[in-house]
Design a protein around this ligand. Structure first.
Ligand SMILES: [Ca+2]
Length: 448
């Protein structure tokens, strides 16, 4: 693991003449699912072998303080695609959209996705992977700016049979159910490579959004057996076939390493086709990992030194591995700057040379940081998932669950072990007031 504590601004390479019409960069946005901070070799895993992602990190900027907008799947996906807090679209986006009770809900068509912006500027766009922002047409990617969609609409499907938690077929081509044979991670990679090859020939710039299902449950590596069959409800049996629930790690290791091979194949084709230096590659995760699940499942993911896990607002729930690579345009570095999934939209738009002129975005363009080492402007970040809430400002973080409110200093206590709320009531009050103001603001947005 790299232990550099400062952003190392190795001589930033200036953009040569900006993003010209015929040189607009391709964008590849890879989102892992439930991948914990400590699940990759380059972030300290001693279990999982991830040479390809490690190489991507070594060639790009590896963040040590990057955050997902929510500690669950659906919320962060809203943020990634819109550049705005998910709560601006309604309280239903606090958590994951339920396949049982929210099948008619989804990201509203009025939301402007980065895919729509890029498509409007001549980009070919594709989503190959897990959507989880709507369960059926017209709430699928084809109505949110994506020319092509292959993958699953729901939050989790069997990696071999592609049956969802409710026992439904859940594998789509555009707005139509169309089954595919094979292991999910591999199929999505095959489609991605095919898309890159086709667009290379057409010389159209492309945006590839690759939201992997890996490493979400069911915990199935490529060599683990299929589990789900159509017509059976898996709500109480959603984790896959795990002979030793006390040690889920071998299954997860196989999933992480399959994910790593996928990244290797994508990078290889970009290099082989001479596209690497004109392609911005982003790798991130939608939330932290599960370390345990319920009473039985243990040793699943690692969130490194951080407290908590998926579905919580301690750092383990939302501090995620994130790498941004653009060979020749962004010098390799380890960055301790604080990043957020809201930042992808404005960063991608800026890289594509698109003036967004959007005062309603919550994220910031990270290119000045990435290319020149400019400090990220001071800002306050917020989380809300039902009764859970958190605020981050500088080193300070407020974490609350209902009426239990804690205050931490992440620079001296990254593991959130020492509650300082009694010692610093003024800081607690300041952060709490900021959260209340933010909460009122996003609620007002949602009502519009
Ligand atoms: Ca997730």
């Amino acid at each position: 693991m790299k232990h550099l504590l400062l952003f190392i601004p190795l001589l930033a390479v200036a953009l040569t003449g900006g993003a010209q019409e015929n040189q607009r960069p391709n964008i590849v946005l890879i989102v892992a699912d439930d991948l914990g901070y400590g699940d990759l070799g380059c972030y300290g895993s001693e279990i999982n072998q991830t040479p390809h992602i490690n190489a991507l990190a070594a060639a790009g900027v590896q963040f040590t303080d990057f955050h997902s907008s929510g500690p669950m799947c659906t919320p962060t996906r809203v943020s990634i695609l819109t550049g705005r807090y998910q709560q601006r679209y309604g309280a239903q986006f606090d958590g994951a959209l339920s396949g049982k009770t929210q099948r008619d809900e989804g990201l509203p068509h009025s939301a402007v996705t980065i895919a729509e912006v890029l498509a409007d500027h001549g980009y070919a766009t594709a989503c190959f992977g897990k959507w989880h922002l709507g369960y059926q047409p017209p709430l699928l990617p084809p109505n949110q700016g994506f020319d092509e969609f292959r993958g699953l609409a729901s939050g989790d499907g069997d990696f071999h049979t592609h049956i969802d938690r409710g026992g439904r077929e859940d594998w789509w081509k555009g707005n139509t159910l169309e089954p595919d044979a094979g292991y999910t991670t591999d199929i999505l990679t095959n489609y991605s490579i095919d898309f890159i090859e086709r667009k290379r020939k057409s010389e159209q710039p492309f945006f590839l959004y690759l939201p992997h299902l890996a490493i979400h449950f069911p915990w199935q590596g490529p060599e683990d057996p299929p589990h789900r069959q159509a017509g059976v409800d898996y709500a109480n049996d959603k984790w896959g076939i795990i002979p030793d629930p006390g040690n889920v790690s071998p299954h997860v290791k196989a999933m992480v390493e399959s994910l790593d091979r996928s990244v290797g194949r994508i990078i290889d084709v970009l290099k082989k086709r001479g596209l690497a230096e004109n392609t911005l590659v982003i790798f991130t995760s939608d939330n932290g990992g599960y370390v345990t699940y319920g009473k039985n499942f243990k040793h699943i993911s690692s969130n490194g030194p951080f407290r908590g896990q998926k579905a919580q607002v301690y750092e383990g729930g939302h501090r995620v591995p994130t790498i941004i690579s653009w060979p020749g345009k962004i010098e390799p570095a380890v960055s301790t700057a604080t990043g957020h999934s809201n930042d992808f939209f404005p960063t991608i738009a800026a890289a594509a040379g698109i003036e967004t002129d959007r005062s309603d975005l919550d994220g910031i363009d990270l290119l000045p940081l990435l290319q020149k080492g400019d400090p990220v402007p001071e800002r306050t970040l917020f989380w809300r998932m039902k009764s859970l809430r958190a605020v981050r400002k500088g080193p300070w973080k407020l974490c609350a669950a209902g009426r239990k409110v804690e205050l931490f200093r992440l620079d001296t206590d990254p593991g959130e072990t020492m509650d300082l709320s009694k010692e610093h009531p003024e800081k607690l009050g300041e952060l709490d007031a900021a959260w209340q103001q933010w909460n009122a603001d996003v609620n007002a947005s949602a009502e519009k």
